[in-house]
Ligand binder design. Structure first.
Ligand SMILES: [Zn+2]
Length: 490
């Protein structure tokens, strides 16, 4: 694995570790985990008031070139000036398919800090969405109109000449058979047999097998809902992020009515969670799809181990990094006991819910804090100043032309200033967070929803629901587990 390292020291804080001490800890960590540090960036503030971050900016700017898997810092507070900064740069790093690791985690952050994090991540998410909105507009518009975004349409549908979904009259009856039989309790094998007997074929013209049915039964298109992935996963080794999908109901013609579709989903959810009696004790991994290796970012997979005794056997479940399982590229090769990790995650969910005593007053407190953080964000101020200056310059140049100056002499200046203005505008947008976007009621609703999450730890279905509702991802490092909650959506 390849990494870049970043260390920062400002003499304002007498107690912080020196650059060399920070780098020592980073290198220790890298050596221990077989990580190769390709480049080191260091910012050292000369005085208490200056906060020189040239190397930080360079590090971000060079991500394309260095293309690391990881960005290693000593502690998170070394990485960013404040939480705003952190949320934005973390996204920037993610965009480059790298991940940020603070080798020495700042512990002692209460659940309130975690909530703050989710709210800020919400902002960052909102911004990055809006910044690249233009690019995605085309795709989104297609989705809105129920147009196909590439690939082969699923069984039961064809495309008209504008690329819109239409029901394929020959194939659609097969879809109906599949859903109806599932409702009647047929097994996949029985359904496939019936389809083949009736002469239906899959989209690729082959007979049906039991394995092809699950995805069909789960496909919301049959119920008219268009599911559109706003961003493609950062890399093929990462699972799809459920928070980044957009769903538009009634966007395409239905083949299955809502009632039937919902009932089938219910049946499938249930059968997922219950061990099938004839298959012995099946272990249900509650974090599947959400749990990732902290070191390499790859999804962790359930790993079941059955130990046989004289007269009985016991089955144990573990999570293990998918990359470490196959190759030596990732050194996170430990098998982590499923129960330990799941209980920790469930504990964190409970703790977070319990930490919200009064959503109203907590929202007030968070907004005040957010505003304070925002005012501290002087990068934004700086950029605005520059922008005003550039706009004035432009104004003067055009005035000069208006009052008779030779435009040919001023053209290059004019072009240059115009370019600079556009660039600055972009940067201001990136750096700034309009606080008014966060209306209090929305925050109160978010907190209330989080507060009301309750579940019985012994009920797998309830636990699963609580996890799906609150957790964005769980990162497992050799020495710790990090739980990321879903962000507030704006
Ligand atoms: Zn790994």
């Amino acid at each position: 694995m390849r990494a870049v390292a970043y260390a920062r020291y400002s003499s304002a804080n007498q107690r912080e570790e020196s650059i060399s001490a920070q780098l020592r800890v980073i290198y220790d960590y890298a050596n221990k985990h077989g990580i190769n540090i390709a480049k080191v960036y260091v910012d050292e503030a000369q005085s208490a008031t200056s906060d020189n971050r040239d190397d930080f900016q360079r590090m971000i700017a060079e991500l394309d070139e260095t293309s690391p898997d990881l960005v290693l810092v000593h502690k998170l507070d070394r990485f960013a000036r404040d939480r705003f900064d952190a949320a934005f740069y973390r996204r920037e790093i993610k965009k480059h398919r790298a991940r940020l690791i603070a080798v020495e985690q700042d512990f002692g952050e209460g659940p309130e800090a975690g909530l703050m994090e989710s709210i800020l991540e919400g902002f960052a998410e909102y911004f990055s969405k809006n910044l690249s909105r233009e690019v995605k507009k085309g795709h989104t518009e297609n989705a809105m109109q129920g147009k196909h975004c590439g690939g082969i349409p699923p069984l039961g549908y064809s495309l008209d000449k504008d690329g819109k979904y239409i029901v394929n009259k020959e194939e659609a009856p097969a879809i109906k058979v599949i859903f109806e039989r599932k409702l009647e309790g047929y097994s996949y094998k029985q359904i496939a047999d019936e389809l083949n007997k009736l002469g239906y074929k899959t989209k690729s013209g082959r007979p049906f097998g039991p394995n092809s049915l699950h995805d069909i039964l789960r496909n919301e298109k049959y119920n008219g809902t268009f599911v559109f992935r706003k961003t493609s996963p950062n890399s093929s080794r990462q699972a799809e992020d459920p928070t980044k999908t957009m769903r538009i109901e009634n966007a395409i013609p239905k083949i299955i009515d809502k009632d039937t579709f919902d009932k089938v989903q219910e049946i499938m959810d249930k059968s997922r969670c219950q061990p099938r009696p004839n298959e012995g004790k099946q272990i249900r991994y509650l974090l599947t799809g959400l749990i990732r290796c902290g070191l390499c970012g790859q999804a962790m997979a359930g790993d079941t181990n059955t130990r046989k005794y004289k007269n009985s056997s016991a089955t144990y479940g573990y999570y293990k990094c998918g990359l470490a399982k196959r190759t030596k590229e990732c050194t996170n090769s430990t098998r982590y006991p499923k129960n330990t990790i799941e209980l920790e995650v469930l504990g964190r969910i409970e703790k977070r819910a319990a930490s919200i005593k009064n959503p109203e007053s907590m929202a007030d407190k968070l907004i005040t804090k957010l505003k304070k953080d925002f005012e501290k964000n002087d990068r934004q101020k700086e950029l605005r100043k520059l922008l005003t200056k550039t706009e004035k310059e432009l104004h003067n140049l055009t005035n000069a032309i208006a009052s008779g100056a030779d435009p040919r002499l001023l053209a290059s200046k004019l072009n240059e200033a115009g370019k600079r203005r556009d660039q600055l505008k972009e940067e201001v947008k990136k750096a700034g967070v309009p606080i008014d976007l966060l209306d209090k009621q929305r925050l109160v609703d978010f907190l209330r929803e989080q507060k009301e999450i309750k579940f019985d730890r012994n009920d797998e279905v309830q636990c699963l629901a609580a996890i799906r509702k609150t957790i964005k991802q769980v990162l497992v490092y050799p020495d710790r587990t990090e739980v990321e909650f879903k962000e507030l959506s704006l």
